[in-house]
Design a protein around this ligand. Structure first.
Ligand SMILES: *[C@@H]1O[C@H](CO)[C@@H](O)[C@H](O)[C@H]1NC(C)=O
Ligand SMILES: *[C@@H]1O[C@H](CO)[C@@H](O)[C@H](O)[C@H]1NC(C)=O
Ligand SMILES: *[C@@H]1O[C@H](CO)[C@@H](O)[C@H](O)[C@H]1NC(C)=O
Length: 429
């Protein structure tokens, strides 16, 4: 794929805080989108080193001209054969998952607003990643980080023996970044992709804690093949000390939002960037929607014990909801989801001008926590697009993100996912 990132906007994205302050809030959205854009250029590109170099070299070496060309090679080669049951799908009924799901149901029963019963849910549980078997049906990504982060993604046994992954006493799965104080080179982390592949569906993440802190760039997202042709749906993503979430879609040419107005779309979030969701036509700004809730990401999310993100993808479009821990609908806790009763979503990308089977297919869900790289690293010296009042360089007193990562393991004690469950449903027919 081939698209352009205007050089001036790329430079703005790297602007020092004093420079960034010269620009309006609107410009900051653009800065953020463009910053997001060039990281996505490489996030979705192949994990092969040659492809990374191809993707990055125009950005890294070009010093003139009015625009930058980014050549993006697609696919990460992890697409499975799809469907089918697995040990993961039945794992939730095991000891760990059972305890976990009971706890969740009990704590949220008072938030019930739906009068539905399990039998009336239009959604049927296909995959349940929960409890002791949480990690069974994921593939650990071990290539160098496609986003140029200062991480070394480790395999399943290295992660487990090094306590980067595990199941805690609450029955929740955790994925940590190595906290060894000093490392030479990159710091160990985890990136996992579901073996399960799905087209349309309902993905429900119940997380207690999300990675946060300077240098971190965590995400929970779904992705199709031959990026951007199979489409990408970013459900939960941010960097550094952000406490607001940004959900985004990225597509092939021809998919647009009918409006950027929140009330027209019927969403609680704010459209940032444009209404053209096509990666190649928008410099991969895509169609991002930012939450206004400061408990939707990072330390704000963790302070309330997290909550649930639900992403519904049907013929009508894609919606994302966020429910803080204290207001998770009981039908979600009961695994009998009734999205029609969930109220205004954080974001909605309707099918009006974007066919949901043409632009999105064969997705897999992914967790990762990278460090530095094309978003957190580029934002190290800046407050732009990070929602921070001070840059991470100022906050940490360390001049580069890479130096911080190498020498400050104690800065990553909060850089972990703690997940009660990921459930993937299909509409019953
Ligand atoms: C998931 O895929 C990986 C290989 O990518 C494999 O090692 C693992 O066994 C698979 N899990 C299941 C439950 O089939
Ligand atoms: C492994 O990591 C978990 C989660 O961070 C932590 O609670 C536990 O103490 C660690 N175990 C060991 C043996 O270090
Ligand atoms: C989307 O595209 C598919 C395949 O071309 C077509 O069958 C379907 O009717 C389209 N859906 C809508 C809502 O236009």
């Amino acid at each position: 794929m081939y698209f352009r990132v205007p050089l001036i906007l790329f430079l703005l994205a790297s602007a020092a805080p004093s420079d960034a302050n010269l620009f309006s809030r609107g410009s900051e959205h653009i800065i953020r989108s463009i910053s997001t854009a060039h990281r996505h250029a490489v996030k979705r590109s192949s994990n092969l080193a040659r492809d990374l170099r191809r993707a990055l070299s125009p950005i890294l070496v070009s010093q003139d001209g009015s625009s930058q060309s980014v050549y993006c090679v697609t696919g990460d080669g992890l697409i499975g054969s799809g469907g089918g049951s697995s040990s993961g799908s039945s794992g939730g009924s095991g000891s760990g998952g059972s305890a976990s799901s009971k706890a969740s149901g009990t704590s949220t029963a008072s938030a019930a607003s739906s009068s539905s019963s399990a039998s009336s849910s239009p959604w049927k549980l296909q995959q349940n990643y929960e409890g002791d078997s949480f990690f069974n049906d994921w593939t650990f990504f071990t290539a160098s980080d496609p986003t140029d982060g200062n991480v070394q993604y480790v395999d399943s046994s290295t992660a487990s023996s090094g306590n980067l992954t595990g199941i805690n006493s609450a029955g929740n799965a955790y994925m940590r970044v190595d906290t060894t104080q000093t490392v030479s080179g990159n710091r160990q982390s985890v990136r996992i992709t579901t073996n399960y592949t799905f087209t349309q569906g309902l993905v429900v993440l119940d997380a207690v804690h999300a990675p946060t802190g300077c240098a971190t760039w965590p995400a929970f997202w779904t992705d199709g093949p031959n990026w951007p042709n199979g489409g990408e749906i970013d459900i939960m993503e941010g960097v550094n000390s952000l406490t607001i979430n940004q959900a985004s879609i990225h597509t092939a040419d021809g998919c647009t939002l009918p409006s950027s107005d929140s009330s027209t779309l019927g969403i609680s979030g704010t459209v940032v960037g444009g209404t053209n969701c096509a990666a190649e036509e928008s410099g991969d700004a895509g169609c991002g929607v930012q939450s206004s809730e400061t408990n939707s990401f990072g330390s704000g999310f963790n302070a309330i014990g997290g909550g649930v993100y639900a992403m519904q993808w049907t013929d009508d479009g894609i919606k994302v909801w966020f429910f803080p821990r204290s207001s998770i609908p009981s039908d979600i806790s009961n695994s009998a989801p009734q999205p029609s009763g969930w109220g205004t979503p954080l974001s909605f990308w309707p099918s009006t001008d974007c066919n949901m089977t043409t632009y999105f297919y064969d997705h897999q869900a992914i967790f990762d926590t990278t460090l530095c790289g094309q978003w957190a690293g580029d934002a190290w010296d800046s407050t732009s697009g990070t929602g921070q009042s001070q840059s991470c360089a100022t906050m940490t007193g360390v001049s580069t993100c890479a130096d911080y990562v190498a020498n400050n393991g104690d800065g990553f004690t909060e850089a972990y996912w703690e997940v009660k469950s990921v459930k993937i449903y299909q509409e019953s027919s």
